[in-house]
Design a binder for this molecule. Structure first.
Ligand SMILES: NC(=O)c1ccc[n+]([C@@H]2O[C@H](COP(=O)([O-])OP(=O)(O)OC[C@H]3O[C@@H](n4cnc5c(N)ncnc54)[C@H](O)[C@@H]3O)[C@@H](O)[C@H]2O)c1
Length: 331
């Protein structure tokens, strides 16, 4: 049997169950403690995993000296303080997006982490999708003319759960950030400004008081414009649509399939996997591998997180003030 090197704790057992499974399945990791403040979650978890310590309070995880990785999958408003507790107690951090809710918090996480050797990752799952990996390779040498990327959530009921009760909840941080990260990763370039318009036509405004639909325009230094939408309330399956126009070809990924259209107008089908749920655990596996061996790259690192969060926060500001905003990146 391989030696278990890392002990982990998980907080929040919604999408956190996937964090739990990924950590549990890693050959060098064991999950020592989990916590969720929901009694039903506790009941169901204990039934399924009687040997894992379901603690009474998150501090039992932060203060456990044996635990070196904490996975945070709580509601958005808890992430910042839980990250601070991780840093204070020397824990490496896996944290769901958005990792925090304002620029001051982001800068403070960045500067606090710089004073440590601790590592952080976030669950930007689209990077692990086989189809998007194939598309990244295809466009690497191409001159891109424009990109359109849509996050079609197709799960509007989720807006009426805890998300409707958070003062700072945003579909930019909750949905669009996934395609923002996808575009940064595909292009390996950062935009300089962002301009956003949003509305809430599609929702019950008495319950969900924020915008549920946003259009985000990212402008790059070479004049490239990328259009991103987050559409949280329409009738549609959960889907990430993509159109990439380059000088020599166009790539389309939509409900009808995934295609490359060549200059001679010939259409070639792309067969790589989408969605690719199995590969999603690679974010957490690569993070643990990187802790073990720094030459193995973590799929999502601190810089990636700081970049997508800086854009997402600037986008939120643009939507509030109705103007194009220059993006301030963290160093
Ligand atoms: N990366 C992704 O693809 C992805 C997908 C879904 C959700 N998320 C993110 O994950 C987070 C959780 O969302 P979800 O969809 O799993 O919600 P959820 O409601 O399905 O589950 C959240 C769970 O966490 C528990 N919880 C919340 N705050 C807690 C706290 N402070 N301490 C203990 N338990 C706590 C709740 O009781 C609940 O069981 C959000 O930040 C969301 O943006 C990311």
């Amino acid at each position: 049997m391989k030696k278990k090197l890392f002990k982990a704790g998980v907080i929040g057992l919604g999408v956190g169950m996937h964090h739990f499974q990924a950590l549990k399945n890693h050959p060098n990791c064991i999950v020592k403690k989990v916590y969720d403040f929901d009694k039903l979650k506790k009941f169901n978890f204990k039934k399924k995993f009687p040997n894992i310590d379901f603690v009474k309070n998150e501090n039992e995880i932060f203060q456990d000296k044996e635990i070196s990785i904490v996975s945070i999958a709580s509601y958005d408003n808890f992430h910042y303080n839980q990250i601070l507790k991780c840093i204070k107690n020397k824990k490496n951090i896996i944290v769901e997006k958005p990792i925090c809710l304002n620029k001051k918090q982001l800068s403070s996480i960045n500067s606090l982490l710089k004073k440590t050797n601790l590592k952080i990752t976030s669950n930007m799952v689209l990077r692990t999708t086989d189809l998007f990996r194939q598309i990244k390779k295809k466009i690497s040498n191409k001159k891109i003319i424009s990109i359109e990327a849509d996050y079609l959530w197709g799960r509007s009921y989720k807006l009426y759960q805890w998300r409707s009760q958070l003062k700072d909840y945003s579909v930019i941080h909750g949905c669009a950030i996934h395609v923002i990260d996808l575009v940064l990763w595909l292009l390996n370039k950062k935009p300089i400004t962002v301009y956003v318009k949003g509305n809430n036509i599609g929702v019950n405004k008495k319950i969900f008081k924020k915008n549920s639909y946003v259009i985000i325009l990212l402008k790059f230094s070479n004049n490239l414009i990328v259009k991103i939408t987050a559409n949280a309330s329409s009738i549609y399956p959960h889907f990430h649509e993509l159109k990439i126009f380059s000088k020599n070809s166009t790539i389309i990924h939509n409900l009808q399939g995934s295609y490359e259209i060549k200059k001679n107008k010939k259409i070639k089908k792309l067969f790589s996997k989408y969605p690719d749920k199995k590969n999603r655990l690679n974010i957490i596996h690569s993070f643990v591998d990187n802790l073990k061996n720094r030459y193995i790259r973590s799929i999502v690192n601190k810089k990636d997180i700081m970049n997508s969060m800086s854009i997402s926060l600037a986008a939120e500001k643009s939507m509030k003030i109705g103007k194009e905003v220059k993006i301030k990146y963290e160093n």
